[in-house]
Ligand binder design. Structure first.
Ligand code: NAD
Length: 253
């Protein structure tokens, strides 16, 4: 098993993608720390996973004391942390509006919560990793951190590709490279996964026009991403550092 007793922290663990990542960690003999704001949802998933290797810690990635307490509590219980997976998706109630409807304060708040939260969590964990002598951070980005939006896919729907999202996810890719290089010689890896859209009840017209840009499947399911996560968590990728792995069925080509 690839993750034999590795202690792996997943933020946003009870979400659409995070919950599949949790299954992958448990299936591969890892010790799973679900760092989740919505503790009720996290406990439901814990029940479903039926393993004594699952641990839920209520965490808010935009609160320094919350993330510091998380690290302290994990250290006291397990005496090690092998990896952090940044997979939470904080956003405020006005997130996702069309470009001209986005208020300055909402733009700043959403970028601050999401990109800022990923920065804060990575900063606190990497401090621990430095003391520990090794570490591994995986940032969940998106195809829209890599390419400009394909706005045509959203035509005939109420949906759009939010400007905050492109800003957050492209910034996250550069934060990934920045941190990988900053920790040169410290055995701390920092990589990103940029995934394509996950099918999750979107309108049929959207799913179909999205598929036209893909090579085989179209929109993905969380399971389609978890093999890449497993690779980055495992020692198979020991010298993969500062990279962005795109999993998108060719959408960005
Ligand atoms: N869903 C997609 O199509 C898609 C595509 C590309 C990338 N992604 C990325 O994948 C990641 C996960 O997305 P998802 O679709 O699973 O989102 P989701 O909304 O289903 O899950 C996000 C989880 O984060 C938790 N969360 C929110 N704020 C938090 C906070 N402050 N502290 C801790 N936890 C918090 C929520 O409770 C939720 O369980 C995000 O980075 C997202 O941008 C998603």
């Amino acid at each position: 098993m690839y993750l034999n007793k590795k202690v792996i922290v997943i933020t946003g663990a009870a979400g659409l993608l995070g919950s599949e990542f949790c299954r992958e960690v448990i299936d591969n003999e890892g010790v799973l720390i679900m760092a989740e704001y919505d503790v009720e949802k996290a406990n439901e998933l814990k029940e479903e996973l039926k393993s004594d290797r699952v641990h839920v810690y209520q965490t808010n990635i935009i609160s320094k004391s919350s993330v510091e307490n998380l690290v302290k509590n994990i250290h006291e219980k397990f005496n090690r942390i092998d990896a952090l997976v940044n997979c939470a998706y904080p956003r405020n109630k006005n997130y996702g509006r069309h470009f001209f409807d986005v208020e300055y304060n909402d733009f700043c708040e959403n970028v601050g919560m999401n990109l800022g939260g990923y920065f804060l969590t990575s900063q606190v964990f990497s401090k621990y990793f430095l003391e520990q002598g090794y570490g591994n951070i995986i940032n969940i980005s998106s195809i829209y951190g890599v390419i400009a939006p394909r706005f045509e896919v959203y035509e005939d729907t109420e949906m759009t590709m939010p400007v905050e999202y492109s800003t957050i996810k492209s910034g996250l890719l550069h934060l990934t490279k920045y941190m990988a290089k900053y920790f040169r010689g410290k055995d701390i890896r920092v990589n990103a996964i940029s995934l394509g859209g996950l099918e999750d009840g979107q309108p049929k017209a959207f799913i179909e026009s999205y598929r036209e840009f893909c090579l085989n499947k179209g929109m993905l399911s969380p399971k389609d991403i978890s093999g890449t996560l497993l690779y980055l968590l495992s020692d198979l990728s020991k010298y993969v550092n500062g990279q962005n792995i795109i999993v998108d069925d060719g959408f960005t080509l």
